[in-house]
Ligand binder design. Structure first.
Ligand SMILES: Cc1cc2nc3c(=O)[nH]c(=O)nc-3n(C[C@H](O)[C@H](O)[C@H](O)COP(=O)(O)OP(=O)(O)OC[C@H]3O[C@@H](n4cnc5c(N)ncnc54)[C@H](O)[C@@H]3O)c2cc1C
Length: 394
């Protein structure tokens, strides 16, 4: 029987391990921390839980959020109803739940750090903090700070966002998203069970500057960070050019989740892509008829067809979404204004939040709705009343 070592036990590694073990493979998963509060909003979209219903059907504490408030400079704020709610977990709970599922499926779970890996015959010899271990195949799921240099995505500075924030006391029923001037990124407030996660992500700006922006925002909203625990982490956000040469698989290994750079470059959503890539890696390995080389090729093809081509296209849009201009104002300002004034445009935003609107079809949908949206916007500005008055004038 094939022995598969899964390196890292976040959502990507845990789900790959669960799938492989339930198909009868000999699976060992190693994580230096096992379940932990990984810096993360913990938000899962409709796309994630509709495809993987176990994310909802369990007794682990979680919240369903049905309202989001979007705000941008010069546009004020607008409330967006989420017909497909956002599901929010603490990462400690989500990771624990997924590791327990992997263990129940038959994976051996070990708390240890993987220090290095080298080829041995057609397989691998792994060096861990607890000793040596051999495997036929490796799933690399060590996250954005993957320390194993020869496997997984090679992230350079333009391929990452910095993400940082505070877990603070408090409760609210809604999510807040705040766009900021000249920032490729945004601030969020996510309500968790028992506390709020308030954070910022941004590209091309030092962590200290992002932290200042976040604290200014929190001070303005009367949110105190005194005594609150601070978090910071890397968020993969691949540059368009980097998608072309993204190192997601090689000789007897596949990388999944953040270790393969599989994060939405606009929203920062990574949990769905971690779980989905874990699933696709397992499917590729289980369909292994032509040997490991065929599995890795299959994995590359599946990723591309399933979502990587869409994320690559998203990376082309990212700068325009955060820093672009439309009708003499910033794109975020227009997004908030249009959401407020056009139900059709608000529908597009709802679908983007739910993960139901791929970036590849976005332009077509916006163009299709353009006339209707502009009509709705014009009417909401009072043009309707003006037209009616003009028509009824003698
Ligand atoms: C601040 C922030 C907010 C975010 N908010 C959201 C959100 O709301 N929704 C969303 O969808 N995504 C969000 N993301 C992205 C999301 O957190 C990641 O995409 C997701 O965690 C990726 O899962 P993973 O399993 O690939 O990696 P990880 O969750 O990072 O897991 C990697 C695991 O590998 C282990 N590991 C690493 N090196 C070794 C080693 N050498 N030996 C053994 N174990 C090792 C680690 O302990 C860890 O458990 C956010 C990210 C950040 C930074």
């Amino acid at each position: 029987m094939k022995r598969v070592a899964v390196l890292g036990g976040g959502p990507a590694g845990a789900f790959a391990a669960e799938k492989l073990a339930s198909a009868g493979l000999d699976v060992v998963l190693m994580d230096e921390k096992l379940a932990w509060e990984k810096p993360c909003g913990g938000g899962l979209t409709h796309k994630a839980y509709s495809q993987y219903p176990f994310l909802i059907d369990n007794s682990t504490p979680k919240r369903m959020i049905t309202e989001s408030v979007l705000a941008a400079p010069k546009a004020g704020e607008v409330t967006l109803k989420l017909g497909d709610p956002l599901l929010i977990y603490s990462r400690l709970d989500l990771n624990r739940m997924m590791l327990e599922r992997a263990e129940r499926a038959g994976a051996q779970i070990e708390k240890t750090r993987v220090m290095g890996m080298e080829r041995k015959g057609a397989g691998w010899r792994l060096e861990t903090a607890g000793g040596k271990l051999e495997a036929d195949f490796c799933i690399v799921a060590t996250g954005a700070r993957n320390p194993l240099r020869d496997v997984g995505t090679q992230l350079t500075a333009p391929d990452t966002m910095t993400a940082l924030g505070y877990y603070v006391q408090g409760d609210q029923a809604r999510i807040d998203i705040q766009f900021l001037p000249d920032l490729e990124g945004y601030i969020w407030i996510f309500p968790r069970c028992g506390h709020l996660s308030v954070g910022i992500c941004g590209k091309g700006e030092p962590a200290s500057a992002l932290r200042k922006r976040l604290e200014a925002y929190m001070a303005g909203r009367g949110i105190s960070w005194k005594g609150a625990s601070f978090y910071s982490h890397l968020l993969p956000s691949l540059d368009t050019k980097s998608w072309k040469h993204n190192r997601v698989a090689g000789d007897a290994w596949m990388a999944v989740g953040d270790a393969a750079g599989l994060v939405d470059p606009i929203t920062g959503e990574g949990l769905y892509y971690a779980i989905r890539s874990g699933d696709l890696a397992a499917q590729s390995l289980l369909a292994d008829v032509g040997g490991p080389a065929e599995s890795t090729d299959r994995y590359r093809g599946l990723l591309r067809r399933d979502f990587a081509a869409d994320l690559e296209f998203g990376s082309r849009l990212a700068k325009r979404v955060f820093l672009g201009r439309f009708l003499y104002a910033s794109v975020p300002q227009r997004m908030v204004e249009f959401t407020r004034r056009s139900p059709r445009f608000a529908g597009v935003m709802q679908d983007l939040f739910a993960g139901k609107q791929p970036y590849l079809g976005l332009k077509r949908r916006l163009m299709r709705n353009l006339n209707g949206s502009l009509y709705e916007i014009a009417m909401s500005f009072g043009f309707g009343r003006l037209v009616n008055k003009a028509e009824s004038a003698p």
